[in-house]
Design a protein around this ligand. Structure first.
Ligand code: NAD
Length: 383
């Protein structure tokens, strides 16, 4: 018999993120000692057959095919949104108004205007809220945050981030519908700016503070694609590639780049920070390592160190196996649920909150605006 407090969870969406979130809610109690025990109460998707199969596979107690029914249910404490971007605002606002805790996938809204309404809804309802910017919870990235906060890098000069993919190069790839909604601007909001750069920006704001201004360029390499829902060839409204320069409030200069046209790269997220005393570099393809260069080391042995982030004193790692054994991508989502539940227990906000995620949307909006105008754009602040 469990003495833990049950927390009834409902996940909306049975795709890629529906799976990572379900895995996280299911496993978190095995590895983290928490007051609450997530109960996988319900899952929702539009197709009855697929949602039933998903519930069976992942152990949900019930299914819904309309998220509105989920929001109306008295036996749900937390609504978790793992659906395409055009649904986030409507579901999150309704869930908050019904007094539910809300977790939402990134980007928060399709643009900052939508996100502002979502922030207002959760703050008015005073419900716990969080956005799944999961890369903050890669232990090596969390360690980078600790190292930066301790001042080990000194004054920061440069921030450099890239997120490279290659899956939309073919001009025969259609846009829209299941699986390809990311190419439909009405659903996604934007292309790689809101999809990939949003991750890079969230991590950057967390590690290096606010961005004052940006200047950007974007390109849509394939201008027209067949739309899966209309069967017609239609204009492509998303950005296929996006690059921008930024000035941070701390005086550092930054470059950011994301594309789905970097042949050979599947999901290469890298970040590098150069400070007065030291530098750090991280690479998603080698996610359990943090590269660290410290100029204070004795000159003869000075060089880039490759830290293997698997020891008990590394962030999150005491909850896993023994030193030297690695964890992976799915664990970042488990860490995020653990941190959310611990924040509820302490009665504190769980970062990144909706308001924290709005800060990223202000940057992506400024990037897209700058790409249109060709001018530097000042970034609005979220708080
Ligand atoms: N944190 C990350 O690293 C990360 C990675 C991938 C995707 N995402 C985000 O997660 C969200 C979902 O992306 P995905 O890759 O899982 O997409 P997906 O296409 O794999 O899955 C989307 C799911 O939502 C369901 N759905 C769509 N509309 C619905 C509705 N009205 N009601 C109920 N269910 C509905 C679909 O049937 C499908 O099951 C997006 O916002 C995306 O940006 C985040």
């Amino acid at each position: 018999m469990s003495t833990k407090k049950p927390l009834n969870v409902a996940v909306v969406g049975c795709g890629f993120m529906g799976r990572t979130h379900s895995n996280a809610f299911g496993k978190v109690g095995n590895f983290f000692n928490l007051e609450h025990r997530p109960v996988m109460k319900a899952v929702c998707a539009r197709s009855d057959a697929s949602v039933k199969a998903f519930a069976e596979q992942w152990g949900y107690e019930s299914v819904e095919t309309d998220w509105r029914r989920l929001v109306a249910r008295k036996d749900i404490d937390l609504i978790d949104i793992a659906t395409p971007n055009d649904t986030h605002a409507e579901i999150a606002i309704a869930a908050a108004q019904a007094g539910k805790m809300v977790m939402c996938e990134k980007p928060l809204g399709r643009n900052a205007g939508e996100s502002v309404r979502m922030v207002a809804a959760v703050e008015t309802a005073k419900v716990p809220n969080m956005v799944w910017y999961n890369y903050r919870r890669v232990p090596a990235v969390t360690l980078a945050k600790q190292i930066l906060d301790e001042g080990k890098l000194g004054k920061i000069f440069h921030y450099r981030a890239k997120f490279l993919q290659d899956w939309t190069i073919s001009k025969d790839l259609p846009q829209g519908g299941t699986g390809l909604w990311r190419l439909d601007v009405n659903v996604a909001g934007s292309g790689v700016t809101g999809d990939l750069l949003a991750h890079c920006i969230d991590t950057a704001l967390w590690l290096n503070g606010g961005i004052d201004k940006v200047t950007a360029m974007t390109e849509t390499f394939v201008k027209e694609r067949m739309h899966n829902l209309t069967g017609k060839v239609e204009k492509v409204g998303i950005d296929d590639a996006s690059a921008f320069l930024a000035r941070f409030a701390n005086g550092s200069l930054a470059t950011f780049e994301a594309t789905r046209y970097a042949r050979g790269h599947k999901a290469l997220y890298t970040l590098e920070i150069n400070g007065e005393h030291a530098s750090i570099f991280w690479d998603l393809h080698d996610l359990h390592r943090l590269q660290y260069f410290d100029h204070k080391d004795e000159g003869r042995v000075r060089g880039w160190r490759s830290l293997h982030i698997t020891d008990g004193d590394h962030p999150y790692m005491k909850h896993w196996w023994v030193p030297g054994l690695q964890i992976g991508y799915e664990h970042t989502f488990i860490h995020q649920v653990a941190d959310f539940l611990q924040a509820i227990e302490k009665g504190v906000p769980a970062a990144p909150t909706f308001r924290d995620a709005l800060a990223t949307d202000y940057v992506t909006d400024a990037v897209l605006q700058s790409a249109r105008s060709g001018q530097w754009q000042t970034v609005q602040r979220a708080s």
